[in-house]
Write a protein that binds this ligand. Structure first.
Ligand code: FE
Ligand code: MN
Length: 347
């Protein structure tokens, strides 16, 4: 018997039994066909359709604007720097959670295929911020330390890290109600809160610059990232909903309240980030409107995972939905709303 012979009693893989988690003994992670969760495949295909790399986008106009004295206001520069500071490390935090915490507990092969795709996209996003730092000549020590030095950024990162801590324990398993709940906590922390709420004030700020034809290179890159992230969080929500469906005992009133409270706390933390990043507002964009947008999307995230809405706010930025749904090959400035269909990815 060689070293690599299975030490545990040989388990017969019995086709596609076993759930999306805890299927290790009954799900063959290498056998992707036939598929059990077609939604995972759909999200994979959407990710492929959005394929892009940062070098496709010219930074020439951004470099001119950034370096020309007085071309951008101090408030605009501050807003851009704070958002670059948050995103430059948030993408790595997200990738690490995927690879080091989530991946080994998801045994279903079509979900793993999606997770690999998402991990690659997070690498592309990380690369985008390297490209921005390089082209604009930013100080990497300043940008990459902001998640430690800027309290409103640290608060966001610490909040999700805390929600996911137990899953990073090498001895963690998803067996039993409490552990499955801890795992769902991780998924809500990263997919719903980090990618679904903490990214969106920044998206609204940077894309409103794009709408004003300022910093169009970074704006276009944020547009690509936003489209990727909207698929990430759709996958995350489908994953959460499937775990809940297959493990109904975890979905207690107490657990739902805990998750709802976490999401509401995240909205407060995001409001502090808005006040810190855009203290006075800039032309066409006020801190209060961004906060209303954060509350609006928080309700959509709550509903998407079967929880009750809390804020009941209208969407102050309908153009954000238009950007999410615009096909990759369409240019933002040359495309009229009638040319693309809305509502598919935007939730
Ligand atoms: Fe990302
Ligand atoms: Mn992501």
């Amino acid at each position: 018997m060689s070293e690599i012979t299975r030490a545990t009693p040989v388990v017969e893989y019995t086709g596609r039994k076993g759930g999306i988690i805890n299927g290790a003994n009954v799900t063959d992670p290498n056998k992707i066909l036939p598929m059990r969760y077609p939604w995972a495949r759909t999200h994979y295909k959407k990710g492929v359709a959005n394929n892009w790399v940062p070098e496709e986008v010219s930074m020439q106009q951004d470099v001119e604007l950034w370096k020309k004295q007085g071309a951008l206001s101090e408030d605009e520069r501050h807003m851009i720097l704070w958002n670059l500071g948050f995103f430059s490390t948030a993408e790595s935090l997200t990738a690490n959670n995927l690879v080091l915490a989530i991946y080994r507990h998801i045994t279903n092969p079509e979900c793993r295929q999606y997770l690999l795709r998402q991990a690659y996209e997070e690498a592309v996003h990380t690369d985008t911020f390297i490209y921005c730092c390089d082209t604009l000549g930013l100080n990497p020590d300043e940008i990459y330390n902001m998640y430690l030095d800027v309290p409103s950024i640290t608060a966001k990162d610490e909040f999700v890290t805390e929600m996911t801590r137990s899953v990073f324990d090498p001895n963690f398993t998803t067996e039993g109600v409490a552990n499955t709940q801890a795992f769902v906590h991780d998924l809500v922390g990263f997919y719903v809160i980090m990618e679904g709420i903490f990214f969106y004030a920044g998206f609204a700020m940077m894309l409103s610059m794009l709408r004003k034809n300022r910093m169009v290179g970074i704006g276009e890159q944020f547009q690509f990232i936003l489209r990727d992230e909207s698929v990430h969080l759709a996958f995350g929500a489908d994953l959460i909903n499937t775990i809940v469906k297959e493990n109904p005992d975890i979905w207690t009133p107490e657990f739902k309240t805990e998750l709802t409270n976490n999401i509401m706390r995240a909205v407060e933390i995001e409001h502090m980030y808005v006040d810190d990043t855009l203290p006075r507002g800039i032309v066409g964009l006020s801190p209060n409107t961004i906060k209303q947008y954060v509350e609006h999307i928080a309700d959509r995230r709550l509903e998407r995972i079967g929880l009750e809405r809390k804020y009941h706010k209208d969407n102050p930025f309908p153009w954000m939905s238009e950007i999410i749904d615009m096909p990759k090959e369409k240019n933002f400035f040359e495309t009229r709303v009638t040319e693309y269909k809305t509502g598919e990815l935007d939730w």
